[in-house]
Ligand binder design. Sequence first.
Ligand code: SF4
Length: 374
Amino acid sequence: MPRDPSMPVSISTLYVHDSVKSLPWVKTIQSKLSLSPRIITDVQDAYADLLKDPDPIARGKHTMVLTRNRGAFVKACPGTRAYNCCGYKILHVGTYCTMDCSYCILQAYFHPPVLTFFVNLDDMLAELKQVFGSPGIHRIGTGEFTDSLIWDSWTDLSKILVSAFSKQSSCALELKTKTADVSALEGLAHHRKTIVAWSLNTPRVIAAEEQGSASLSKRLAAACRCQGEGYPLAFHFDPLVIYEGCEAEYIGVLDQLFASVHPENIVWISLGAFRFPPELKPIIQKRHPNSRLIYGEFIRGLDQKMRYFKPLRIQLYREMVKRIRETAPETTVYCCMEDDAVWEQALGKTPRRMGGIKGMLDAAAEKMCGLKRG
Ligand code: SF4
């Protein structure tokens, strides 16, 4: 039976790295989970336990590791040189997710994937302080290796981040999610430096491919609540799935979106057609046998990922861009991981003509979040 997305996922095993066991966050998370932790001196010990499970990818969604981030918290997004890249920065707060989308790249990215939270938050805040003081404008998101809001079930992560970003004016934080519980974001003095963003899809794709996520109407209701709290909003149509009748259904989602929130509160809308690295295919086949996603016709892109044929992508982008421009002519729209030819045909211009995607998105954040160049 599909999991009720309004209920937090149950964590059955908690590992705590010996080096962080006395940090305050560990005690808080431990008591919220009501679990006695297994203390480990090497995270590989947790991975070795997980790999004994017949489905370690599923087990990793019920296993949590609390440890220290020994690397950088703020990193450049691993975009690819072959396609237009937007200069996004990732805030690496933790990894993995409680939901179970068939196409989730994290299933293949980590070996094994496991819910991991970096409890050395003081180091994270110190690093952010340096970024806040660095020249230029920065767009920083936590939703690359995890869903941004899942951690609020056990931590005050959103509260801490929203507060830190509210006290500076050169960086925008983007919290990207497929959940609908935004209670942790309510009543915070965000000063519009946090953008709350939803990944959207058609109800058909959500039901078939995004197990454990909130329904479209619940995501849009949550966006409306955040709009009421004064947050700037963003929406990502990624992955766009091509199937018979998809254009009408995606236009329907856009219509529902614009009936739920005011276009003037939307910082950007991104469009990205489904693409996957070949190594994800056997995982989808094994773990999501009912998924039809990978059985379309695909070609290998310059980044080695499998993609729909260019004319099919362009056709869907064009129809969606047309509807967005009819209703929200001022809203910034961009294509994720596409080349100049696709941009030209889908959006009528190349990023270069608009100052590059980075320039375009920085300008949108500057305007909507009141950013000033550091
Ligand atoms: S919500 Fe995002 S991170 Fe979570 S399973 Fe789906 S694609 Fe992966």
